[in-house]
Write a protein that binds this ligand. Structure first.
Ligand code: FES
Length: 394
């Protein structure tokens, strides 16, 4: 039987080969101009596109929502609610890239006069781009954007239909996008948001969230600060509070400041939620790399020499032990492509030719082969000696 099947397979394969050769023989010599599959791929992933700021409005006393559209009125690339956009701002003559979760909904990008929005909170002194967006960015400014990035979105084949969103601070933005899409009827899921803020003034997009509440979207604001008139939930997003609102078999989506991630890992652990049901938005660049297990704190005050090879160019720049290679490069005015700045996407993949480094354990998105062959994601790698790296030429 096996031999008979084998002969059949060989016969079938040779018939396919003959048919292909005949098709080549008889093909028209005219070149094929239409490339429908390539066209769809280019529409979905056009890479960096030109955008213009078309509107800026207040989202809370400490944050602003910025709307972007294509200057030629063209279509925006599609994205899933929860994904992020990487934006290139020109600040003081330098191009600075930053990722932001998209706070508008996919349907708002699809419709006529489509737009995409981000919501950015003013920094507490450690984020000059956040302050630039809040204080300096103006309607009419041109930027470049790469959108539809990241894995933080609802996937019905993988996730439970009920999303339990745990948000802190400006980490509410991807859930605003999801809530809008659900309320619009173009995302088939239920969403419960537990949103932690310090004070009621800190609640970002409060009115927008309230307007989206309905059968499928529930928002619970939780204040950790001491506000005597607050009638809602108080404290932190503890296991007890989560249990009060979470349905059985929910998928947990978590987005917020880095300290909240550590806290919530413990709280969700107490609830026995299986790992496959928990999704964290990317971590962002580590606020304090010295706090991570394995970081050699005795080196924290060192500054090393970073030799950067780009084609035939070689530059030597200073690199602090507590700043990622990306930050050292940007500080020296050397461009390197980034998107997530969290070690996940691989846009900043860099070959290490020489030297020691530390990789942030929360942001080590390298593949096994990359580890073996000396590649790092420069946004998540920190120098621990003089180093030589090779980056692509822009
Ligand atoms: S920018 Fe995404 S991995 Fe570095």
């Amino acid at each position: 039987m096996k031999i008979k099947g084998f002969i059949k397979d060989v016969g079938g394969a040779s018939r396919v080969t003959k048919a292909r050769l005949a098709a080549f023989e008889n093909a028209s010599p005219a070149s094929v101009k239409d490339d429908p599959i390539g066209n769809v791929a280019r529409e979905w992933h056009p890479g960096k596109i030109d955008l213009t700021v078309t509107e800026i409005r207040t989202a809370s006393p400490t944050s602003k929502t910025v709307r972007f559209a294509r200057p030629d009125g063209g279509k925006l690339p599609p994205f899933y609610a929860g994904q992020f956009i990487s934006l290139d701002f020109e600040i003081d003559g330098k191009i600075i890239q930053r990722p932001y979760s998209i706070s508008s909904a996919p349907y708002e990008a699809r419709e006529g006069n489509g737009f995409v929005e981000i919501t950015v909170r003013r920094s507490k002194g450690d984020g000059f781009v956040a302050d630039y967006v809040n204080d300096t960015l103006a309607v009419g400014t041109a930027v470049k954007g790469n959108m539809g990035l990241g894995q933080f979105y609802y996937e019905p084949l993988r996730d439970s239909r009920h999303i339990m969103a745990l948000a802190g601070g400006v980490g509410i933005t991807p859930f605003v996008s999801m809530a809008k899409e659900i309320a619009h009827g173009t995302m088939d899921a239920d969403l419960t948001i537990l949103y932690g803020s310090v004070a009621s003034d800190d609640i970002i997009l409060k009115d927008t969230l309230a307007s989206l509440e309905g059968d499928r979207v529930h928002v619970v604001n939780v204040l950790s600060g001491d506000e005597p008139d607050w009638a809602g939930e108080r404290g932190f997003l503890t296991a007890e509070l989560i249990k009060k609102y979470a349905p059985d078999d929910a998928s947990y989506f978590i987005c917020g400041p880095q300290v909240m991630y550590r806290f919530l890992r413990g709280e969700i652990g107490k609830l026995g939620v299986p790992k496959r049901r928990i999704r964290f938005e990317v971590f962002g660049q580590a606020k304090d790399i010295t706090a991570f297990d394995g970081y050699p704190v005795e080196k924290k005050d060192n500054t090393y020499t970073l030799t950067v090879v780009r084609g035939i160019h070689e530059d030597e720049i200073p690199a602090k032990a507590t700043e990622s290679l990306v930050v050292a490069l940007e500080r020296a005015g050397i461009r390197i492509e980034t998107a997530c700045r969290s070690g996940e996407c691989g846009f900043c993949r860099t070959k290490v030719l020489k030297g020691d480094f530390f990789v942030c354990p929360e942001s080590d998105g390298r593949r096994g082969a990359d580890r073996d062959f000396g590649y790092v994601h420069a946004c998540a790698a920190y120098p621990l000696s003089d180093m030589t790296i090779k980056i692509p030429i822009e």
